[in-house]
Design a protein around this ligand. Sequence first.
Ligand SMILES: [Zn+2]
Length: 134
Amino acid sequence: MSKKSQSKKQERAQSLNYLGKDLVRRCAAHCELCAAGSVPLSIFEVEPVPLEPQLKHCLMICELCQQNLLQPKKMQANHWRCLTTTIWSEVMAAKVVAIVVLQYLSAEHAWAQEYLEQAYLDEDEQAWVDDWSL
Ligand SMILES: [Zn+2]
């Protein structure tokens, strides 16, 4: 491996590591979507994933949230009742995921539609939501 590509790899690893520390601090040991505590959390990158890792695009979430997002066809609708709180999150990525999941669920669940009607998105958040769907 050339010295150049090696240092690039190191840079990437370092920035991910750096994000990890910020995420751990931000999430305060709770899932940033469903607020579950005392559960294993891992980094989830919210679509569209940027070439370089960005804090803004990362969430610390629990395994259940992760499974639901990765396999929307098997989504456990009742798990997402928690989004009534998440739509007010100060973390933009969490809010965006909440809206996208609610849009997905609203086809079959009236309560998801009701949550959506309570939500308020600014222009940037709306653009991000429009850029991604499950
Ligand atoms: Zn969760």
